[in-house]
Design a protein around this ligand. Structure first.
Ligand code: FAD
Length: 404
């Protein structure tokens, strides 16, 4: 079967490509969505690291969209970002907040599987719920690219590789396009610096929490040279003392449904209050606040040829808590006694090296194969990266499809 474009994967980056391609009329697009193969988790933790099947990790993500756009993936421009933001959240005016130290938590996160089902029913894409086993690249502009699955072969003028941070390197290695050695993968971690009492600075910050019909705008502060991202969260009930209930905060990084199930056996009013603030912006003002940060943990994990993840003994994620703890941008913080504790940031990225990425894309050796997923993201800074990744992928799809 021959297509104009084949998208390998069906997560957030794949969805952005499909929406970009739709802007050029009359294209035949195939989505090789990935076989349902369940969750892979972080080493030693029940935290999702990758998911095979329609929607990928996009079926779990919290949907948080940072608005400062301080760190930008290659190819991102404001116009594409705003068009994509308006597509999903038409009344939120996210574009009007670009450059602000804020992040947006939508009431309804973007769920790629639902959007792909809609695109398929409108005849915009065909979907095959299988894995790509390997790619057979054609050389040169306009040559046919092949994708082999377990029982079929497809071809297209252009391929979009969106198999995610853990699966894309394995797919490219099976195809002989990169080497198959173990490699490192980067992440964010979420840390806890301690607590602050309410004062003029905290109250003027929390006064900027804004709830709208499509979601909530929350303030944050950068620390260091825009290296770390700090938030305040109301510290109530059992959370009102430094370090109290810190283990319970481990559910912070999990999907909301897991927060609820996590609470079922371990009811904590402090955690419930924090979860209501995180999701709905409710009860923002409190006598005390917990100070959290998110920061980069470069090369924190090792990825084997089968997509298995292990802590990188040379780097580890834990060492990444020291720098943010040294640059907390609030006065009079009562410090945690456990600064080494962290929660995996669930933002795995950068499993391809820059030299590997440089073989793909326009005017490169593999000019009709485009790497636009989290595997190909290098410097994401401390902010949640996924929507910026989507906007960069969307722009590339619009640009290339309009040149055909
Ligand atoms: C609980 C949780 C909360 C999160 N919250 C946020 C947030 O608020 N903000 C944010 O920015 N980020 C967040 N993230 C991160 C975000 O989910 C990921 O960065 C994003 O989903 C990655 O998208 P992707 O397109 O790169 O790949 P993935 O979502 O990993 O999708 C990969 C796709 O490829 C398919 N696939 C794999 N192998 C093959 C193959 N061989 N052939 C064909 N298909 C294949 C899979 O089936 C899947 O569809 C969160 C993550 C988690 C787990």
């Amino acid at each position: 079967m021959h297509y104009d474009d084949i998208i390998i994967g069906s997560g957030l980056s794949a969805l952005a490509v499909a929406l970009g391609l739709r802007e050029a009329q009359r294209r035949r697009v195939l989505v090789i969505a990935g076989a349902e193969s369940g969750l892979r988790t972080y080493p030693g933790a029940n935290v999702p690291a990758a998911r095979g099947g329609r929607g990928g990790m996009g079926e779990y993500w919290h949907g948080v969209i940072p608005l400062s756009l301080h760190h930008r993936p290659a190819g991102l421009d404001d116009d594409s970002w705003v068009r994509l933001a308006d597509h999903f959240y038409p009344s939120a005016d996210l574009g009007g907040h670009i450059g602000h130290a804020q992040y947006f938590v939508p009431r309804r996160p973007i769920r790629p599987a639902d959007h792909f089902a809609a695109l398929a029913s409108q005849g915009e894409v065909e979907i095959a719920d299988v894995d790509a086993v390997r790619i057979e690249p054609g050389q040169g502009v306009g040559e046919t690219q092949g994708v082999i699955t377990a029982d079929r072969q497809f071809s297209a003028r252009r391929l979009w590789v969106c198999a995610g941070a853990l699966a894309t390197p394995a797919l490219l290695a099976r195809s002989g396009l990169i080497d198959g050695d173990a490699r490192s993968v980067s992440d964010h971690i979420i840390g806890y610096a301690g607590q602050v009492d309410a004062d003029e600075a905290t109250e003027s910050m929390m006064a900027t929490v804004r709830r709208g019909p499509e979601g909530v705008f929350f303030p944050f502060r950068f620390g260091g040279a825009h290296d770390h991202f700090f938030t305040l969260r109301p510290a109530r009930f059992d959370f009102a003392k430094v370090d109290a209930g810190i283990a319970k905060r481990a559910v912070f990084g999990l999907p909301t449904s897991r927060i609820v199930s996590g609470l079922a056996g371990n009811i904590s009013p402090g955690l419930i209050a924090e979860a209501f603030y995180n999701k709905f912006g409710l009860f923002a003002h409190a006598p005390r606040y917990s100070v959290y940060f998110q920061t980069l943990a470069a090369d924190a994990y090792l990825l084997d040829a089968d997509g298995g993840l292990a802590l990188n003994p040379d780097r580890g994620a834990g060492g990444a808590t020291a720098a943010p703890n040294a640059t907390v941008p609030f006065a009079n913080v009562a410090r945690t006694r456990q600064p080494e504790l962290y929660i995996p940031g669930i933002h795995l990225h950068g499993s391809l090296t820059q030299p590997e990425c440089e073989h793909f894309g326009p005017e490169r050796e593999f000019c009709n194969i485009h790497l636009v997923d989290a595997a190909a993201l290098r410097d994401i800074g401390p902010e949640h990266h996924s929507f910026a990744m989507m906007a960069a992928a969307y722009r590339r799809a619009i640009t290339l499809a309009s040149q055909d």
